[in-house]
Design a protein around this ligand. Structure first.
Ligand SMILES: C[C@@H](O)CC(=O)SCCNC(=O)CCNC(=O)[C@H](O)C(C)(C)COP(=O)(O)OP(=O)(O)OC[C@H]1O[C@@H](n2cnc3c(N)ncnc32)[C@H](O)[C@@H]1OP(=O)(O)O
Length: 680
């Protein structure tokens, strides 16, 4: 920076290295701030704040040459330069709100002055980057050139500023892009209303809007000061700590002891076969062809095959209608799909994913056939959600290449992929499937082989505890409302309607068989099924569905609830009627945390943070709470253990705390563990 003031220097260029200008400030340092390892700097004393001020106020012009990613601090420093030159495909954005903070280093003040208030609010509140082309149209960058011309153009631009052929612009003081005050206030009012609607539990979007408004109403320097203070406060918020935990935990799921630490390279998967074109199989096939994998879809007859292909077409067409895909890209994706009624073409495939009905004998026969018709290196994966993989592979000698690839419905949309390894699955197969998971843009977690694996097993108590409390007198809709207010996409009863009562009963049977001591045997769903109430698909479940998917509470369910209560032989507990939403959330989620502890203790999951990611990406647990285990730690093992013990005494062994939780409660140590020895 000293050179900025030396006579010899005429201009300053900011350049990128290796195609990534900047992913922003090093957020791993935030953890050091949270832990106190680094002392919190005073507001305005952060060197980068000073840098942006020095850059913009320098007596020499600075020009940013941008290619690749230009995010967060990278864009903030670029906006403090006197001009920006970009390539057409560069990505420019301020994604800080995804981390529970707001843009710093003047980002909240300069972006509105370069692109206008409306566009800057969209970019910051949605953490949505724009490409170089659009940035040029908006005025965020001054010119767009090819990568080969980038540095020379930036160099010439700086020279032109020096020689007064180009304007010397300090974006902090620009006003031409800002809307008139009255209009700006309306825009900000609308942005606040949207932020409250879309993220009712989050404060930082509203704080971001306040900071932007301060700069518009009181001037950019006042805005800078408000931004610096707000940033520091948010940096130490629980939301920021949770979202940072999620950011790094999501990336850590692909680090699997005993698999990715052996120096194995993923093998190339050139052709994938999917068995079964139903809801899951067609979704998986869609995900694969969207990531340019050629897919062979096998069904048992022409009718089912055509139905499966039509489902894939519908999945892709819906993306075209939403503008997420061009017709041309649709045609290319469909060209990757071929059908089969037999195994003749299976000798060319490298990965098979079986997605047929949950029938053990059928799956066993399929895997015996696959062993016969597929090449010996071919990965034999099953999308089963509950059946033991060792049972599925019982009729084969290929246990080393049998693995679970458990997708979540809809498979081409839901981000999580559970990779289930048995004690026989080879590390190479795990490495291969992790690579496929990354290529199809899934977040993979590697888990051990048990009923329900990790996600379904952790969340089985979500519905179980809710059903128990309804038998003891609680209101179905009050429980659902408390869970959605907590941040879940839907409560346990709306979820049961969506999944369908048939699946709920089948899953319940699996758990009863494997974990009899902790299944609450509610009769409510079976009673409702007798009356053809089977959930959303039958237009009646815990809710009624008169117009399309709108769920409306249905008073008729009281009849079934009373019958269920009398069959359970329980009388309503007056205490439960007085419960607050917080109490309800605890009674529904503490059993989930208890089961997550068991999943961890049995080595089904390698680390607690994997279960946090599984809960968020598999069940929609609110990311700003960090996931079930981090949230549990924010409450404390001792409190959770005490409540579970209290409920176990009143309502039965379903709530009995596990030994892992009891140990942590007794010793006062957190639920999070760094890693555990291998898999079961
Ligand atoms: C005052 C504030 O305004 C200043 C700031 O800038 S706050 C930070 C703002 N920046 C962001 O929020 C960007 C966060 N990163 C991302 O969104 C993505 O990583 C990416 C789009 C930059 C790149 O995505 P991708 O190509 O998919 O690569 P990964 O996400 O897997 O990341 C690769 C490794 O880099 C690590 N990493 C990424 N960004 C940061 C960062 N800002 N600080 C520290 N480390 C970062 C990431 O953890 C990966 O590490 P690994 O060890 O390889 O897993």
């Amino acid at each position: 920076m000293k050179k900025l003031f030396r006579g010899r220097m005429s201009k300053l260029l900011l350049l990128q290295e290796g195609g990534k200008f900047s992913g922003g400030f090093d957020i791993s340092s935030f953890g050091d701030l949270h832990s106190g390892k680094i002392e919190q700097p005073k507001v305005g004393y952060i060197s980068i704040d000073i840098l942006t001020e020095l850059l913009e106020g320098a007596t020499k012009p600075s020009v940013a040459a941008i290619d690749g990613l230009c995010l967060g601090g990278g864009l903030e420093v670029s906006m403090a330069c006197h001009a920006r030159i970009s390539t057409p495909t560069a990505q420019l954005g301020l994604p800080e709100l995804q981390l529970g903070i707001i843009p710093g280093f003047g980002g909240t003040q300069r972006l509105p002055r370069l692109v206008g208030l409306t566009k800057s609010l969209e970019m910051m509140l949605l953490s949505k980057p724009i490409k170089g082309e659009e940035a040029h149209q908006l005025g965020l960058v001054d010119s767009v050139v090819s990568p080969n011309d980038l540095v020379n153009t930036a160099r010439r631009w700086a020279l032109d500023i020096c020689e007064l052929r180009k304007p010397w612009i300090k974006s902090l003081y620009k006003t031409d892009k800002l809307e008139p005050l009255g209009e700006a206030r309306e825009i900000l009012k609308f942005a606040r209303a949207q932020a409250r609607k879309q993220a009712a539990n989050l404060e930082h979007p509203l704080i971001c809007i306040d900071v932007i408004e301060e700069g518009i109403v009181s001037g950019p320097r006042a805005g800078l000061w408000k931004e610096a203070n707000a940033f520091q406060g948010l940096l130490f918020s629980d939301t920021c700590k949770s979202l940072l935990h999620v950011f790094f935990s999501q990336r850590a799921t692909s680090k699997v002891p005993g698999a990715t630490d052996l120096g194995l390279m993923p093998r190339k998967i050139t052709k994938v076969a999917i068995l079964g074109g139903g809801l899951m199989g067609s979704g998986i096939a869609t995900a694969m062809i969207l990531s340019n994998y050629p897919v062979l879809l096998k069904e048992v007859n022409e009718k089912f095959l055509i139905a499966g292909i039509d489902r894939i077409k519908a999945n892709l067409q819906s993306r075209v209608i939403k503008g997420k895909m061009t017709e041309e890209r649709y045609e290319k994706a469909m060209s990757l799909l071929s059908g089969a009624l037999g195994y003749e073409k299976f000798k060319e495939v490298d990965l098979v994913i079986e997605a047929v009905i949950e029938n053990v004998k059928l799956k066993q026969q399929i895997f015996a056939d696959l062993e016969k018709y597929c090449p010996s290196h071919c990965i034999l994966a099953t999308n089963t959600s509950t059946i033991d993989l060792n049972l599925i592979g019982e009729k084969t000698k290929s246990q080393d290449r049998i693995v679970g690839a458990h997708f979540f419905s809809p498979a081409h949309v839901m981000p999580l992929l559970e990779i289930v390894r048995t004690q026989h699955t080879s590390a190479q197969v795990v490495v291969d499937l992790l690579d496929v998971g990354k290529r199809i843009k899934k977040t993979p977690i590697v888990v051990g082989n048990c009923t329900g694996f990790a996600v379904n097993r952790m969340f089985f108590p979500y519905t179980q505890s809710a059903l128990l409390f309804v038998d003891y007198g609680m209101d179905v809709y009050k429980i659902d409302r408390a869970c959605t207010k907590f941040g879940m996409p839907m409560g346990p009863f709306r979820l049961a309607d969506l999944v369908g009562f048939g699946v709920a009963v089948a899953t319940g049977m699996q758990y009863l068989e494997n974990f009899p001591e902790r299944v609450y045997k509610s009769m409510l769903i079976p009673i409702m099924m007798e009356d053809k109430r089977a959930g959303e698909a039958s237009r009646k479940g815990f809710y009624k569905y008169e117009d399309r998917r709108k769920a409306t509470p249905d008073p008729e369910i009281m009849t079934y609830i009373q019958k269920s209560r009398s069959m359970a032989g329980v009388t309503p507990d007056a205490e439960l009627m007085k419960l607050s939403d917080k109490d309800i959330v605890e009674m529904v989620f503490f059993p989930v945390i208890n089961e997550a502890c068991r999943v961890l203790d049995e080595g089904i999951a390698v680390k607690a943070s994997d279960l946090d990611i599984a809960s968020i990406f598999g069940m929609g647990f609110p990311p700003y709470r960090g996931g079930v285990m981090l949230w549990g730690d924010s409450i404390g093992a001792k409190y959770i253990h005490g409540k579970l013990q209290e409920w176990a005494k009143r309502y039965g062994s379903f709530f009995e705390p596990c030994s892992y939780l009891a140990e942590r409660a007794a010793k006062g140590i957190p639920l999070q563990v760094k890693s555990r020895p291998g898999y079961r």
